[in-house]
Design a protein around this ligand. Structure first.
Ligand code: E4P
Length: 310
């Protein structure tokens, strides 16, 4: 079961060194109480979902991906770019992540320049950290890391995506990624549905039983977490916690985006884990201030307040 641990001193120190999210304007007496709050991004490419969240002042950025663009109605690369341009304009100067669709390093760098030109001040280029060997025409497994590094050399901000273990996050940061995105919800979904608790240690938090690496070896490794009976459904938040600890210990400033969030409970868990940023689908964001007891309380206050209207 997920337990509440104190944030380490290193993590708190790291947080204080990060950019202030809620600045207090000069001359204002009441300082903002959440200057170092984590940022909230909307995980959607649908402009009608983004606009009200932006106007309500509850998002500090947007993350998109090809699936979200398709869902938003894009049927061609040009249509995708039109949608992305509109989001970049609406969100300016707040960051918007735009994902590469090319998979060959030189073409990826070229496409990154093309996407950056859509919004030079707030575009963040999303690069898949791994997974290239799984494509129809398999690529060099280091493709993602190489491209992250090349973009860092060109002063292009990046978001390393499709991260499912803490070493991927470390390598991406080491390559120069500005942000790293552990997909905590997908990992938790996968573990919840597919992990096999009856297997002996070696059935790790992150191993996928039927998956083999390029040499044909099975990806089986162990972690203290599972060996000591850690709950598999909590794997997502555990991943975020591991990355936060590693980054704090080594003074790594790549910001950690808890991604693929499924529900408000996971939001609470990654806040407790100390994530820098939470990227959240609009429907989940829509529920964060809801609670049945809030509804009940509101109705009773509203009823009692009627006496004051006469
Ligand atoms: C992150 O940047 C991704 O867009 C996103 O969180 C993916 O989440 P999913 O698992 O809901 O597709």
């Amino acid at each position: 079961m997920f337990t509440i641990n104190d944030l380490s001193a290193a993590l708190i120190q790291r947080r204080r060194a990060m950019e202030i999210i809620n600045a207090t304007p000069d001359g204002k007496k009441l300082t903002h109480p959440a200057a170092h709050a984590p940022r909230i991004f909307a995980d959607t490419a649908t402009i009608d979902e983004i606009r009200p969240l932006k106007e309500a002042g509850i998002i500090n950025g947007v993350t998109t991906n090809p699936t979200l663009l398709k869902k938003a109605g894009a049927k061609s690369w040009n249509e995708a770019k039109e949608i992305l341009t509109a989001i970049l304009k609406l969100m300016h100067p707040l960051p918007v992540s735009l994902e590469l669709t090319k998979t060959e390093p030189d073409e990826m760098v070229k496409q990154a320049e093309e996407l950056r030109a859509l919004g030079p001040e707030n575009s963040i280029i999303k690069v898949a950290t791994g997974g290239y060997q799984a494509l129809e025409t398999p690529c060099d497994p280091f493709t993602g890391l190489k491209v992250l590094h090349k973009l860092w050399e060109r002063d292009i901000k990046t978001n390393a995506t499709l991260i499912f273990n803490s070493t991927q996050a470390f390598w991406a940061a080491n390559a120069g990624a500005t942000y790293v995105s552990p997909f905590m919800g997908r990992l938790a979904d996968y573990m919840y549905k597919n992990d096999q608790p009856e297997l002996p240690p070696g059935n790790s938090l992150y191993s996928i039983i039927d998956h083999k690496n390029a040499k044909g070896d099975q990806f089986v490794s162990n972690t203290e977490y599972v060996a000591s009976g850690g709950a598999r459904k909590d794997a997502g938040v555990r991943l975020v916690r591991e990355i936060m600890a590693i980054f704090a210990n080594y003074d790594i400033h790549s910001e950690v985006i808890a991604a693929s969030v499924r529900n408000p409970v996971q939001l609470t868990e990654v806040l407790l884990a100390g994530a820098d940023i939470l990227t959240v689908p609009a429907d989940v964001l829509g529920t964060v201030s809801e609670h049945p007891l809030s509804d009940k309380g509101m109705v009773s206050f509203d009823t009692d307040a009627k006496v004051f209207s006469t």
